[in-house]
Design a protein around this ligand. Structure first.
Ligand code: NIG
Ligand code: FE
Length: 405
């Protein structure tokens, strides 16, 4: 058995369900703690003196903080090439919407993704996952949505099965944009009658997501797609109220979605609807920052209303080229006034629950998979405080060291 000793353990333990309200500040820290690991699982979380004598191998964490492996519950890490040209256009004053209207945006990544082979996409996605790993992410959700035909979406979803070393939870996002030259009704029909059944039949996705936004997928079309996905047994996630307050949050509540993501433009009614339905909000402040916008989601209000808030990167080539959950924690603290403790809960146990994995990962507790990160800091608050650097010193997945520096 392996023991990791000489650590401040930020366990995030203690609840079998997502954390709400004041629970989001409870980290359950064990000073001078140790983890005992056997067969890829945590078998004990305790004081060093209780653990050291039972181990055959000792790893010294040098007095640093150990957190559960971070869980990124919203990402788009499979895509061809990048959109650095649009980044430059936005730096010169163009908006995301203007760039999209000129032929950029999601569709430009669709062209680049279609042009890439499965092997090329696998290689670039593995590189993106390495960036995430260096920031402490051990599990992530990954969305398709840059293929926009059955063959191309399936290609993206197959890539997700072959990348790592993180655990990847695949989400079908065929309703991300209309493919070039397509007619709305025909594409809707092909999602409902062809793509969704085929993706489910092939076991390629656990969730279905829709970009519910005027100019992309209307509220009615989003309802049809998500209802069909639910019938077929997929969990639901939704890009809601990102650019306009167009009813996405309420739709998520109506359908009993697992998450409603973005929510920058949601109002109080939308937030109350999510609270009533028990939908978890996934907040993506990296996309607000990268688009140079100022309106961040109302995280404080959501916590006050009892929502089990999650933070994620939204890593993608257009709105959030940021693989780092610690950077997202920093933005959440400075821009949305979440506390450092709340930000950690939102990137660990709450994120794990939002992927239906709250019993396996997201906290340091006996029985859970031994996914953890040794951060180069003695005080957990420094992870969000010092921003723009990589704090993770070593990363373990299933008890194995997958990154170290
Ligand atoms: O979550 N809003 C929709 N999808 C992504 C952006 C995708 C892109 O621009 O390539 C998002 O922000
Ligand atoms: Fe997204």
């Amino acid at each position: 058995m392996k023991a990791v000793v000489n650590a401040t353990l930020v366990t995030c333990a203690g609840h079998a369900r997502p954390r709400v309200g004041p629970e989001m500040r409870e980290l359950f820290i064990v000073p001078d703690g140790a983890l005992l690991i056997d067969n890829g699982r945590i078998v004990d979380v305790n004081y060093r003196a209780e653990i050291e004598s039972r181990a055959t191998e000792i790893i010294d964490a040098g007095g640093c903080c150990i957190l559960p492996g971070l869980v990124d519950a919203h990402a788009h890490p499979v895509f061809g090439d990048n959109r650095v040209d649009e980044f430059e256009m936005r730096s010169e004053g163009a908006t995301y919407e203007e760039v999209a209207a000129k032929g950029g945006g999601i569709r430009s990544t669709v062209a680049k993704t279609r042009a890439a082979t499965e092997e090329e996409l696998t290689a670039s996605a593995n590189e993106h996952l390495q960036w995430m790993l260096r920031c402490g992410t051990t599990t992530l959700e990954a969305k398709s949505g840059y293929g926009l035909s059955l063959a191309e979406e399936a290609k993206m979803l197959r890539v997700m099965k072959n990348i790592g070393p993180q655990q990847v939870v695949p989400t079908f996002l065929g309703a991300h944009a209309l493919p070039p030259g397509a007619n709305n009704d025909q594409y809707l029909k092909s999602i409902l009658d062809e793509m969704l059944p085929a993706v489910v039949e092939a076991g390629l996705a656990a969730y279905c997501d829709v970009f519910c936004e005027p100019g992309y997928f209307s509220l009615d079309d989003s309802r049809k797609i998500l209802s069909r996905a639910k019938e077929l047994g997929l969990g639901l996630r939704i890009h809601a109220d990102q650019l306009t307050n167009s009813g996405g949050a309420k739709l998520a509540a109506e359908l009993g979605a697992q998450t409603a993501d973005h929510l920058e433009q949601s109002d109080e009614d939308g937030i109350k609807a999510l609270a009533k339905a028990g939908v978890q909000p996934v907040l993506l402040p990296g996309s607000v920052y990268a688009l140079g916008k100022a309106k961040y989601p109302l995280a404080r209000k959501m916590i006050d209303e009892g929502l089990a808030v999650v933070l994620a990167t939204d890593f993608n080539p257009g709105t959030s080229p940021c693989p780092s959950l610690p950077m997202v924690m920093s933005l959440a603290c400075t821009q949305t006034k979440m506390t450092p403790a709340e930000a950690i809960i939102a990137c660990t146990i709450n994120a794990a629950h939002s992927l239906n994995r709250g019993q396996q990962i997201g906290s340091l507790e006996p029985g859970k998979r031994a996914d953890f990160v040794i951060f180069d800091t003695k005080d957990y608050r420094e992870i969000a405080y010092y921003f723009g650097l990589e704090h993770a010193r070593e990363v373990y997945i299933g008890g194995e060291r997958v990154y170290g520096r």
